[in-house]
Design a protein around this ligand. Structure first.
Ligand SMILES: [Zn+2]
Length: 295
């Protein structure tokens, strides 16, 4: 009789241990999240994936007046259909000096409408995202040929560029409270000017939200982006990095990437699906700042 009871107890212990071994998320759910004080009620999204405690962010990159509308529209539709908050890095003026082309955002009402209706957080991504080359390819606040700051009055130049960009946004009935430096590259003078206009920036590769020397909150893009030359490899690299973050106990580490809509929706769909499977919960940058900027 006694032996039977011991065997029975061992069997129960085996089953309970086995259950938790196969469902490690459950332990976290039971013990961890409710103490941290961060949205403990959200443990699973509608698909049933258990939240890994980390936030994911996605930004549609380099959207400008010359952008192809259909691919942007497809990406926006995909994100909206999955209820994923996102941001758009917007360049309000397109320039290509070689072809003598300048296009202002207000000249593209269909694009303006699409951006407005998307519900995305607008991130101002420079004014023209170029100095003497083509928009989105060139640097705006850096000389890549000498790998040094532009040899001009950078303070005056940055003020003029930001003022022009804000004026163009206003013409379109848009506004932006977050800044992203083109190619994440400028110098101290430019960064100081940016800090006069924006208290939040969205750039760099830190794992967590930080505050920089100008007192600005910095939302990172630590997972980088899908590279057009080898997109599938990029997707796997991003998901591998995210998997590492997912298993980290430090829930302040986010999984943040940006995506060029001209690549179509396939890789974006793979990333979103993969990150959701890993248990990420998507938030927009403003929401992420609200919850995580206790810094
Ligand atoms: Zn860019």
């Amino acid at each position: 009789m006694r032996r039977k009871r011991i065997v029975f107890l061992c069997l129960i212990l085996y089953l309970v241990t086995g259950f938790f071994w196969c469902n490690p998320g459950i332990i976290k759910e039971i013990s961890g999240n409710s103490v941290s004080g961060e949205t403990p009620e959200i443990l699973a999204d509608e698909s049933g994936d258990i939240w890994n405690g980390h936030y994911a962010l996605v930004r549609l990159e380099d959207v400008n007046p010359a952008s192809e509308i259909s691919s942007l529209e497809d990406c926006i539709e995909l994100l909206k259909s999955k209820n994923i908050p996102f941001s758009i890095a917007l360049i309000p003026i397109y320039r290509n000096p070689e072809k003598n082309v300048t296009i202002y955002l207000h000249e593209k009402p269909e694009l303006v409408r699409l951006i407005k209706d998307s519900g995305a957080t607008i991130v101002l991504h420079g004014c023209t995202h170029q100095y003497d080359g083509e928009t989105a390819v060139d640097f705006e606040f850096w000389d890549e040929t000498t790998n040094a700051p532009l040899e001009i009055n950078n303070t005056e130049y940055a003020i003029a560029k930001i003022e022009l960009a804000l004026e163009e946004l206003k013409k379109c009935g848009l506004s932006a409270e977050i800044w992203e430096t083109p190619h994440y590259t400028s110098n101290y003078e430019v960064a100081a000017v940016v800090s006069r206009y924006f208290s939040k920036i969205y750039e760099g590769y830190a794992g967590k939200l930080t505050v920089n020397e100008f007192g600005q909150i910095v939302v990172p893009t630590n997972l980088d982006y899908v590279k057009g030359e080898h997109p599938v490899q990029s997707v796997f690299e991003i998901l591998a990095k995210a998997e590492n973050i997912s298993s980290s106990d430090d829930e302040d580490i986010v999984a943040s990437f940006f995506y060029h809509p001209f690549l179509g929706t396939d890789y974006l769909r793979m990333l979103i699906g993969g990150l959701k499977k890993q248990g990420y919960q998507f938030v927009g940058p403003e929401e992420c700042i609200r919850v995580k900027a206790y810094l």
